[in-house]
Design a binder for this molecule. Structure first.
Ligand code: NAP
Length: 457
């Protein structure tokens, strides 16, 4: 009976996934998008559990409890700045699940031809994404060396291993093969995942994780063909496409080449740890900053990674409220790769209930800086570094930036003259119109708020 309803469950679930992706495109509809995605997943899981042959519901319930006992604390305890690590872990387990299902199906059916080809793609990508994601997690969490580990002939070794593994897989498509072949195929995939990540610097991990997301999606899509489950193929294909598009967007926003993404071959690290220059800069106190901000008409706030580290979003919201009440037009300029994960700044500001219509994308706001009184940079560095425009040899040359330097006055809240993610000095800090506001973002913004006057109740 339930079998006849299964296509309806799946069609609603697939539509929910597509709507979820669409709604998550904008902060206004993002919550609805998350709910739609969750509903789709619930329908897909319930439909599958009811309609397909299930060996033992008890085992599934036990697995569900163990998974939830691990997943729920991770979701609640991880700070927002650690979301890339959390994402790496969830990809690792998702990919492992797909790979284990593939392994079980291999020993159950011993398929050949098209089904074996799909199973090969599923297990190869599943196992390699598992170890690659664990390595990415280790690098981000600094459990393994974050620097790129390279040696002579590395690419040849990696490509040979991949070619041998694929050749074993291809043999299994054509023949049953001896019993050692499938375990060797698994071993090659697991090892390739590790070798793929070791030459990549920790700083490139967020982009790599977006790419691994797409690999895991492709593995699930292939699993859909193996199991004859159209829902898995649809969800996997959506996952593949969205992860892939995201990694391309991140690469473009950082001016990394598309080919590097495609072949997962980020060899070089960007970190060049510049010595902070000894040149003089102008600095100001919270009182001075508050009196300037209170006397102008247009302010653009540029949030960056330091805002997230300091958790200054709620204080920033208080400052926004007071300035707005005082008649100042305050907007927020969002760079696509500000922070350490896509949408990092949107999520932070949404958490503090900053009105969405005050958040401007880079392309929308860049022409406004020239007619802006103050560009207030809070914990951002690379995304406002004019070297991207002027210095062809800079590691960030060609990266699109927010044109903060075109505002009449620039104020920068950061703790020191240390460089940001790309490890390079920033000319913006030495300009005559720039005031450095040295301090932790949260306490500095709190001091400005105090100077501006307590919020009205
Ligand atoms: P950034 O260039 O990393 O600079 C952050 C600045 O925040 C630092 O210069 C630091 O200076 C300051 N800071 C740190 N803690 C602070 C605190 N508690 N209070 C005040 N300031 C603090 O950040 P960004 O401008 O946001 O640029 C993001 C970078 O990450 C880009 O290079 C981008 O390519 C890269 N990236 C982004 C993503 C993504 O998806 N968003 C992914 C991978 C890589 P002090 O130490 O002097 O305070």
């Amino acid at each position: 009976m339930i079998e006849s309803f299964l296509p309806v469950f799946y069609i609603i679930a697939a539509a929910s996934f597509i709507l979820a992706l669409k709604w998550m495109n904008s902060p206004v509809t993002a919550r609805r998008g998350v709910l739609a995605g969750e509903l789709g997943m619930l329908l897909a899981v319930v439909g599958t559990l009811l309609a397909h042959e299930v060996v033992d519901y008890k085992l599934i319930f036990i697995a569900f409890c163990i998974g939830s006992a691990i997943g729920v604390p991770i979701a609640y305890k991880m700070p927002m700045t650690a979301v890339p690590q959390q994402t790496a872990l969830s990809h690792a387990f998702g990919a492992l699940a797909a790979a284990l299902v593939g392994t079980a199906e291999y020993y159950r059916m011993r398929p050949q031809g098209f089904t074996m080809a799909a199973l090969g793609v599923e297990t190869l990508l599943g196992f390699l994404t598992f170890t690659a994601s664990l390595m990415a997690f280790g690098k981000l969490q600094e459990l393994v060396p974050t620097r790129p580990v390279t040696y002579k002939g590395q690419n040849v070794v990696n490509l040979t291993l991949l070619a041998v593994t694929i050749a074993i897989g291809a043999t299994l498509v054509a023949t049953t093969g001896p019993p050692w072949m499938f375990p060797a195929f698994i071993g090659g995939s697991l090892l390739f995942g590790v070798l793929l990540i070791i030459p990549i610097g920790g700083s490139d991990m967020p982009t790599v994780i977006a790419l691994l997301n797409s690999y895991a999606g492709l593995s699930c899509a292939a699993m859909g063909f193996v199991l004859g489950n159209s829902m898995l193929t649809i969800a996997g294909a959506l996952n593949f496409a969205s992860g892939f598009i995201l990694s391309v967007i991140m690469c473009r926003a950082m001016n990394r080449s598309f080919t590097n993404v495609l072949f997962g071959a980020f060899g070089a690290t960007q970190m060049s740890t510049a010595q902070a220059s000894q040149r003089p800069v102008r600095s100001a106190t919270p009182e001075e900053a508050a009196s300037i901000l209170d006397g102008v008409r247009k302010v653009i706030v540029i949030p960056g990674y330091g805002l997230a580290v300091a958790q200054a979003q709620h204080k920033l919201r208080e400052m926004y409220d007071i300035l707005t009440r005082h008649g100042v037009d305050v907007r927020f300029a969002i760079h696509p790769v500000a922070g350490r994960m896509p949408g990092h700044m949107n999520v932070l500001l949404a958490e503090a209930d900053v009105p969405y219509d005050r958040l401007m994308e880079m392309d929308e706001i860049n022409s406004e800086f020239a007619v802006t009184d103050v560009a207030l940079v809070i914990g951002a560095n690379d995304v406002v570094n004019p070297a991207a425009r002027t210095d062809k040899n800079s590691p960030i040359a060609g990266m699109p930036i927010l044109d903060a330097d075109k505002a009449r006055t620039v104020m920068v809240i950061k703790r020191s003259m240390s460089p940001g993610f790309a490890g390079i000095d920033n000319e913006l800090y030495y300009m005559d119109k720039t005031l450095m506001l040295f301090g932790d973002a949260k306490s500095f913004v709190a001091s400005i708020v105090k100077e501006l006057g307590a919020p009205a109740h």
